[in-house]
Design a protein around this ligand. Structure first.
Ligand code: SF4
Length: 183
């Protein structure tokens, strides 16, 4: 419970894909454990199975925060700008994910109205934005699906298992991206 409380209070919503983690690690020389935050101990696997295989928890990795809740790579600006996560490249846009009645995933793009850059600069290219959102979704699916499929195949997940997802940060309904990238 203590860890859950700390995770909810301290974690941000800068989701990291495996590609993000590898790029940042290669660029900085840091081990993923130094900047990746997850509810359970980070071991590279986002799928945790609990309660005799009846509970599946998608423990999606997010960026670690400093004590003041700003990103660990923020020092008077982004110190890893060329390899910043896809979620940061999307900001201030955010994506809420829904499941349509036919099972398709629906990705709704909105934006964080508190961003001071809104209304300034060039108009965002809608197609580029949609490509970025789609890239994030596809990267996440390819991070999680093979793990899930192999666990299902090995019987590690029960047929009636329920799936939960960790939601760091304090927003109630957030699916794919962060609230504020730098803190
Ligand atoms: S949150 Fe800000 S400082 Fe951290 S990686 Fe993203 S852009 Fe860089």
């Amino acid at each position: 419970m203590e860890r859950l409380k700390e995770f909810c209070e301290r974690s941000n919503l800068i989701y990291l894909t495996k590609k993000d983690i590898n790029s940042i690690s290669n660029r900085t020389g840091k081990e993923p454990a130094e900047f990746v935050d997850t509810l359970y101990d980070y071991d590279g696997c986002s799928v945790k199975v609990k309660d005799d295989a009846r509970k599946v928890i998608l423990d999606l990795p997010v960026m670690k925060s400093k004590a003041d809740t700003t990103c660990v790579f923020y020092e008077n600006g982004c110190t890893i700008y060329p390899v910043r996560p896809i979620a940061c490249r999307l900001f201030p846009f955010r994506v809420d994910e829904e499941t349509a009645p036919n099972g398709d995933a629906l990705l709704n793009i909105s934006y964080n109205p508190t961003c001071p850059g809104i209304g300034k600069g060039d108009v965002v290219d809608r197609r580029k934005l949609e490509r970025l959102v789609s890239e994030l979704f596809m990267q996440r699916a390819s991070d999680i699906n093979p793990q899930l499929q192999s666990m299902i195949a090995s019987g590690a997940i029960s047929a009636d298992a329920k799936v939960y997802r960790t939601f760091p940060g304090k927003r109630e309904k957030t699916a794919m991206t962060q609230g504020h990238p730098c803190g």
